[in-house]
Write a new protein. Structure first.
Length: 323
């Protein structure tokens, strides 16, 4: 059987049929690969029907990339909402158009080195809620076009800004012009933009040299496997030992056990008993977002949004059933 060669990594992929499995894999994304490509390679390597990733990493970045397998692609939206932890290296004194080492230098600083005592003061300015502008080179769409596509054509458009949360921003090491940082932040935070904004505040400019995601929600780098390790596990048939169940992946969400077989049977057909809903909705009145509906064996059957009430003016789906 012909293989698919990964030239950059010296890996050959043999497509093998795989019975339907659902869950989450935590991979350590290598440098020089897009998140989309890693998800696609995982699909080919394991012979899967569907894969999707949760939270894009820039091609030059490495670290935790959560890959959803088959039915788990339908919970990617819930996993993408979680906080992230990054370690990154900043290069002061040089600004690039992409805000990272892959870009074209657009400005340099010829002043004196920034004193180390100035850094904690500057970092404190970004603690808490922070209004961040989306970088020119980003996948966000404006007027139906990706920002990076417009930037490559030299087209300038108004870029949106959004609130992000910086829970912790710590200086690990500093020797002009390099600084090592660690940041715990909300989803959607652009570390490239954060570094550029710090450089702007210090009036010397900056860009990101290295970026590594250490955690995405509860999935940390200690649980991640490399592409090469995944390929080996695929060859010996042991890759499923790395698969996290959909239920475990959503452990941060509240749960309700359903033991009534009639209710479960109807639920599998996409119908949740109205009396059951009414009785449980009051108990979950303070819940924002979905609730896991489980069998007695802790198998995830569906996600239910108890605060959503179906009516003519509300078309929001309040039930997501899994096979």
């Amino acid at each position: 059987m012909a293989g698919v060669t990964l030239e950059a990594h010296g890996i050959e992929i043999d497509k093998q049929p795989c019975p339907a499995v659902n869950g989450v894999l935590v991979l350590d994304k290598p440098d020089g690969m897009t998140s989309f490509r890693l998800a696609a390679l995982t699909k080919k390597l394991l012979g899967l029907e569907k894969t999707g990733h949760c939270g894009t990493l820039d091609p030059f970045a490495t670290g935790v990339l959560v890959i959803c397998v088959n039915q788990a692609t339908r919970i990617a939206d819930q996993l993408s909402l979680q906080d992230k932890l990054y370690r990154f290296s900043m290069r002061f004194g040089v600004e690039t158009d992409t805000l990272d080492k892959t870009g074209r230098v657009v400005q340099t600083y010829n002043g004196p080195p920034i004193d180390e005592d100035e850094l904690p003061v500057a970092l404190d300015k970004f603690s808490g809620s922070y209004r961040q502008q989306v970088p020119r080179y980003a996948a966000v769409k404006v007027q139906g076009k990706r920002l990076y596509a417009l930037a490559r054509k030299g087209i300038e458009v108004h870029r949106p800004a959004r609130d992000v949360d910086i829970h912790r921003l710590e200086l690990l090491a500093y020797q002009w012009p390099e600084a090592q940082m660690e940041v715990h932040c909300s989803k959607g935070t652009y570390i490239r933009q954060l570094a550029a904004d710090i450089g702007t505040l210090l009036k010397c400019g900056a860009h990101v040299n290295e970026l590594r995601r250490l955690a995405s929600g509860p999935f940390d780098i200690a649980k991640a496997i490399s592409l090469e390790e995944l390929e080996q596990a695929a060859k010996n048939g042991k890759w499923k030992t790395n698969l996290i169940s959909m239920n475990d992946a959503l452990a941060h969400l509240p749960e309700v056990l359903i033991q009534d077989e009639t209710i479960l049977k109807n639920l599998h057909n996409g119908h949740l008993d109205p009396e059951w809903k009414a009785g449980n909705r009051d108990q979950l009145a303070q819940t924002h977002g979905p609730v896991r509906l489980l069998t007695a064996e802790n198998h995830l059957v569906a996600l239910w949004w108890p605060e959503c009430r179906q009516n003519e003016g509300n078309r929001q789906r309040m039930l997501r059933v899994f096979k």
